[in-house]
Design a protein around this ligand. Sequence first.
Ligand code: ACO
Length: 436
Amino acid sequence: MQESLTITDNRTNTRHEVPLYKGSVRTMDLRKIQTGPDDFGVMGYDPAFMNTASCQSAITFIDGEKGILRYRGYEIEHLAERCSFLEVAYLLLFGELPTSAELKEWVNTITHHTMIHETTKKFLEGFRYDAHPMGMFISTVAALSTVYPEARKVQDPAVRHLQICRLIGKVPTIAAYTYRHSLGFPYVYPDNELAYTANFMNMLWKMVEPKYQANPILARALDILFILHADHEQNCSANVMRSAGSSYADPFVSVAAAAAALSGPLHGGANEEVLKMLDEIGSKDRVPAYIEQIKAGHGKLMGFGHRVYKNYDPRARIVKWTANQVFQVTGRNPKLDIALELERIALEDDYFIKRKLYPNVDFYSGIIYQAMGFKPEMFTVLFAIPRTVGWLAQWQEMLQDPEQKIARPRQIYVGKEARELMPIEKRASRVASLTE
Ligand code: ACO
């Protein structure tokens, strides 16, 4: 039997049966509820998508209450423990884990797309010495669109596939070059003999040695962090990727748009903010006073809280474990003690308990990255590399979904009714302030 809701319209005293689709109302069905033939019909109003599904997706599953995260049905903990990042990328994009032959071919393909055009290198050189790496990353990814104009054929599956491989191959190279640029060091070409994260480390840190040797514990830690960050269903940046891509913009500019959304401090930019916050707190004994300040409404505890997780972010647990592995190589980051104290006090505090605020993935990731030698400005770029896979998986799914069209929300207009335009000499100033 078709499940449905019965809605009584008190304006007209009529009853309407609205079918349920997988427990949800298709808000287009509400449009049939009208006061008369000229009435537009009922719309859904949901700023910030608090309770609106914008698509159907088979990629990532989250149960925020239980703290569960799965990619294509596999628990994130199992993937982080047993797979490589490129293996997980294959899973996210194509729906199944690869066989060893498939993985070999996939790794080979991605490896052969790591080079960037020399003109793109020159493009990067044009940035000021102190340009923020995320700004350089976003712009350079967008600039790839000019190098590969065929990418605009987004409905051609073979063209799409090629751009997906190019993007996954090139984002670590661009990220490493933004880092080298900010240090004033020459760019290092990719090394095809190295695995994905080891090659990334090579492009970041190789100096004059003939062959870069990545520390295997650090390379694996980076691989795990990349797995954890690869996708997270309909978050802010994935929504931007789908929205930009829905106009058939090419994947390079769409990924750049998604990366721009990621850069904000409420999203992927939070990892950089966490480090600034820990610096500001300075020592463990100042944590209680800092928490009191947050509770009094002065700012937010960065790296805490999540729209979906209301129990614990399962990624944060794995990040904490990874931190211990990294510290065995790099030595303990003293910021960890402040972070642990913040977590301990916050988790016992009524303010945070009531609002279900727990550490999210960004709370500990910055501490690891800093121990590995990254400046905080690089943290969000380190998030964008793996998330490129998620954005591309979401983009591909959107393009293949027959129900999707150009994304175009409705609005409730609350502005002025039609009015006369006064000549400039007859206008009185009505704007109190242009900046409020
Ligand atoms: N510190 C203190 N109070 C907080 C925090 C925080 N980190 N997060 C939420 N709150 C409070 C809000 O002030 C609000 O309180 P109120 O009910 O008294 O008004 C309540 O908790 C609910 O918070 P909302 O902002 O409504 O929750 P929303 O789902 O819109 O926001 C978000 C989620 C943006 C992640 C928020 O928790 C936040 O800003 N956290 C800090 C930034 C951060 O760490 N972002 C990374 C998220 S993970 C990611 O994007 C990869």
